[in-house]
Design a protein around this ligand. Sequence first.
Ligand SMILES: [Zn+2]
Length: 321
Amino acid sequence: MFLTDLADKLRAYRDSDGEGLTVVEVDGWQYRTFDGNGMAGNVGVIHHHTATAESAYAYSDCPTLSLLVNGRSDLPGPLCNIAFGRSGTVYVVAAGQANHAGRGQIPGVGYENLGNYYTIGIEAESSGVRDDWTEAQRRVWPHLGAALDEAYSGGDVYYQVGHREYSYDGKIDPSYIDLDKLRDDINTNLTGGITGATQTTASGMNAAVDEGDWLSMATKEDVKNAVREVLNEPIPRAGGEKGNTSLIAEAAWRTSRDNRLEKRLDVIGSRVFHLWTDLRLGVSGRVSDGALGSVFRRLGYAPDEAKRAETFKANEKKGWL
Ligand SMILES: [Zn+2]
């Protein structure tokens, strides 16, 4: 089935102040589908973040839009049914099946590996590596969830899950969103609760640019940019020395010290891979160890987990960690 009433349903929603969502219809959304098929059902929503470089938000409310609509050569679009902009604007992308869920299931419910067929995918604009959600996104999001529930639950249970809850593949999105709180707020809205459904900043569809997604869409360059930011964060100096250094300075010191330059990546990439392999660098509060690992794997680097664990233990013994 094609959810051709999606835009109207979203527009029909009212918060307790009588305010509605700001809805933009992306041309052709009524016919847009991933593989020619409509959805097999509509039992809920999977919430995602786009993981788009933060710099893109300076000039567009929804810089990932064109990628979400079109996908790319190795990842056919549409990649969501709804895109959720920085201003709280709701972009209706596809009425048919979207390519967003991947392998997984709704926890405790099922629909195993059928997320694309049975759930609406919302891609919310955020870098995913930092809590950069806007006030408008946090405020409007539970209204968007409530609007979909109101439109499609038919009074039955309607599931609202994060991709990280659904996925078998270590997805982390949506980062920095408390999903239990999101569900609570959605429920409050459904029983006539909180206000603030409208966006605050007037912002339409600016030039949509093709930006890569962190986990499901990252290019090598995206990964480098994201880790570069993390690498330059101050960390306490190793070896009991006083003061702060950065991961990159620490990596340079270690690389020159043991001369084990990883040749397969460029200099910065190699230092990250090295740190990740030897020090089990999860990027705390940002990208989990497992997530970084899956990025490296997708980029074609296949760490030997047993050897990595061994190195980690040895380093731990030497007191490096
Ligand atoms: Zn996702």
